[in-house]
Design a protein around this ligand. Structure first.
Ligand SMILES: [Zn+2]
Length: 320
């Protein structure tokens, strides 16, 4: 697991180091930070430090524990995450972690359980984890990672020591991504990725720039000519959750323009396209379809994948 502390995480990391140095780190740390903010590398850094046999506020990098951590084979480190991207963490997986929490450390030290996407635990799973957080086993640390605390079970949140580091301003993020890629990057890429630096960088590196542009063009063509439903559905299915999120941003932009404001548009560099859609689709349809899209996104998280194409194509048909 990659460990790192990015420039915008220094404050949080220094606080944690201080707490570690004073042996005051809470047994359950909850970090709320968007995907692509470098949150996994930061919490891995914390886990590695807790487990290190020599370091107190920094992993030494040479002890047996650090070596095992780097090789992803540390017996006292357990990572819990959804089985597939965008899916929920099930109650059975949490029960296994609860059992693990009560086992003794293999290396005779601390144990760390990292729950990635803790905001993707269903109610039963969250309640199961709550029990362990309420009566924490000794020498066992929980690190919970979430995009937002708002969708988590409040009783779980209240049991944790909460951290919500701020992301840098978008101009700073843009400069950081450009320096990493040795290339200029449109501002809307930063906004599409909610200002998360690593997500914006990965967006460019993975070729999403082209996929995003292609999807927007296909969508605009469809809503203006009412043709190309099949191709568009295919494109949307291919781009998965990301594609639906891009359209959600796009419709919100259209709605803003229709209401006469350009403030905070995500697609700030695709204004002609946003305007074109705004002329072709009435404000009431935009609003209705945006609401339906948000519901569709959450329905797809729970779906088995069999009906995805049908559900997406039905939503698109409602533009007609
Ligand atoms: Zn070490």
């Amino acid at each position: 697991m990659q460990v790192n502390v990015y420039p915008w995480q220094h404050d949080t990391w220094q606080h944690w180091q201080k707490l570690l140095g004073q042996d005051r780190l809470h047994h359950a740390v909850l970090l709320a930070s968007p995907k692509g903010s470098g949150r996994i590398a930061l919490t891995a850094m914390l886990a590695k430090t807790i487990l290190c046999k020599n370091g107190v506020a920094e992993p030494c990098g040479v002890c047996h524990s650090c070596k095992l951590f780097d090789a992803d084979t540390h017996p006292d480190f357990h990572l819990l995450k959804p089985e597939a991207e965008g899916k929920q963490i099930g109650v059975d997986a949490v029960r296994k972690v609860n059992q693990y929490a009560w086992e003794t450390s293999q290396l005779g030290g601390q144990r760390v359980i990292l729950i990635q996407d803790a905001d993707r635990m269903g109610e039963a799973a969250a309640n199961a984890v709550l029990k362990t957080l309420e009566e924490p086993p000794s020498n066992c640390h929980f690190i919970l990672l979430a995009a937002s605390m708002d969708t988590m079970l409040p009783t779980v949140v209240s049991r944790c020591n909460k951290w919500k580091p701020k992301l840098p301003q978008e101009s700073v993020v843009k400069r950081w991504v450009e320096a990493e890629l040795f290339d200029s990057v449109p501002l809307q890429v930063i906004r599409i990725n909610r200002g998360a630096p690593l997500a914006a960088k990965a967006f460019v590196e993975s070729g999403s720039l082209g996929a995003h542009e292609g999807l927007l063009d296909a969508f605009s063509g469809y809503v203006t000519t009412k043709q190309g439903l099949f191709t568009l559905t295919e494109k949307l299915i291919k781009s998965g959750n990301d594609g639906l999120q891009w359209l959600s941003f796009l419709l919100l932009d259209v709605m803003k323009l229709q209401q006469g404001t350009q403030e905070g548009l995500v697609h700030c560099e695709s204004l002609p396209l946003v305007e074109k859609i705004g002329r072709a689709v009435s404000a009431s349809v935009v609003m209705r379809q945006l609401t339906a899209l948000n519901k569709l996104k959450s329905d797809l998280v729970r779906s088995t994948g069999l009906n995805n194409e049908l559900m997406v194509s039905r939503w698109l048909s409602d533009f007609q």
